[in-house]
Design a protein around this ligand. Structure first.
Ligand code: LMR
Length: 396
């Protein structure tokens, strides 16, 4: 059986981490996979999360299965975090959430749910989007197409083109949107654009599917999801996937959830039975550890305050690194204006160099980034920023 298989190339993002690890160049720099790093290049456990994990370890008295939909404190806390504690949706009976293994596992549940609801649905993704979005949609057997999003040559949003495309859609369409800190471009939907997308969704009947993997990495926890909240307050149906990998630093604990917003409490209950059934068919029930820790953290005011401070620190550091990189590039008198990097949000930006230049930087400087020229801002540090700027200036 296995003789019939042929080898696949490495994953476009995870493969970078493997190549970086194997590189023996002492000056190597990892700007690849989206993982937060400190000035020393470490990805520490947040103190607030560490304390929550300790509380969990001290209090957990069984390793029996948790309920299929996940940890209730986690689900309640995360719904409030994303939708806002006083959002009337939370008491409407129209919202149901299920914990799943990370953002990826949650996305898979969402796409499978769409397939059950409408096998002919087409999923529209931003051009470009996170590479795994397309892979997940295709693995579910759904059709997918891209809507215009980012003008790579001019490093700006293609807002008008995006709206024109969305204006042609209808009830068979699902539009996948990045809630904030767009991956890979860093270019976010503006508040005005969120309003227009929401109005179009209501008018045309397409279903918004929002992926939130970086809440708190853009401006702050509230501002980052203001557009999402406006959108879901207007539409009859939506899906939201939320990951705790980045903002809680729980990458390896695979902690995420899918939230469905349905037109009525009855259809919400029905959708929930399907999400649980899909999860049962794939992995039965979610891992406990990460969700339980976030549930403890969000139910505790002191831990939540501490976490918010740590999150704001990570966010502030990435903002400073953006400004530092822009300054260092301009100091080298490169022709290209990189100031757009300062106006973007989150972990990523496109340098806007071509794949050959990306490869040249990797070969000559051992600086690793995605082939698209996406860089992880958090991989920059005060000690490597000059080296990075030298490399970019050299290939330009
Ligand atoms: C990324 O985009 O680098 C991260 O979301 C990690 C991943 O799984 O791709």
């Amino acid at each position: 059986m296995f003789q019939q298989l042929t080898s696949l190339p490495p994953d476009p993002l995870l493969g970078i981490a493997v190549a970086y690890r194997q590189d023996t160049n002492p000056k190597k720099v990892d700007l690849g996979v989206g993982v937060y790093k400190t000035e020393d290049g470490n990805t520490p456990i947040l103190t607030s999360v560490s304390k929550s994990l300790q509380i969990l370890l001290d209090s957990e008295d069984s390793k029996s299965y948790i309920q299929a939909r996940g940890n209730q404190a986690f689900l309640d806390g995360m719904e409030k975090l994303v939708l806002g504690a006083n959002n009337p949706l939370l008491t409407s009976g129209r919202v149901e959430s299920v914990q799943a293994p990370g953002g990826t596992g949650s996305l898979k549940l969402g796409f499978e749910l769409i397939k059950r609801g409408n096998p002919n649905a087409k999923i529209w993704v931003s051009d470009p989007t996170w590479a795994n979005h397309v892979a997940l949609i295709k693995s579910t057997g759904l059709a997918t197409e891209a809507y215009p999003y980012y003008d790579k040559a001019n490093s700006k949003l293609k807002a008008d083109e995006m709206l024109s495309t969305l204006a042609e859609l209808g009830p068979n369409d699902v539009v996948l949107l990045h809630g904030c800190c767009h991956n890979p471009t860093g270019e976010d939907i503006t508040p005005e654009l969120w309003t227009k997308i929401a109005d179009l969704a209501v008018e045309k009947g397409f279903v918004p599917f929002i992926d939130i993997a970086y809440q708190g990495f853009g401006a702050d926890l509230e501002t980052d999801v203001a557009g999402v909240r406006e959108l879901v307050s207007k539409v009859p149906e939506a899906l939201i996937v939320t990951s705790c990998s980045k903002n809680f630093g729980l990458y390896r604990e695979r902690t995420g959830l899918i939230t469905t917003i349905s037109e009525t409490p009855v259809s919400a209950g029905i959708a929930l039975t399907h999400v649980l059934n899909i999860a049962r068919e794939i992995y039965s029930m979610p891992p406990s550890y990460g969700g339980a820790a976030v549930g403890i953290l969000l139910a505790d005011d002191a831990l939540t305050t501490e976490w918010k401070t740590e999150l704001a620190e990570m966010c502030g550091r990435m903002r400073n690194l953006r400004a530092l990189l822009v300054d260092k590039l301009h100091e080298r008198n490169v022709e290209k204006d990189f100031s757009f990097i300062n106006n973007q949000n989150g972990m990523f930006t496109f340098l806007g160099i071509n794949p050959e230049q990306v490869q040249q930087i990797r070969d000559e400087y051992a600086i690793y980034m995605a082939g698209s020229s996406r860089i992880n801002i958090a991989g920059i540090s005060n000690s490597n920023v000059d080296y990075i700027a030298d490399a970019v200036a050299a290939v330009l």
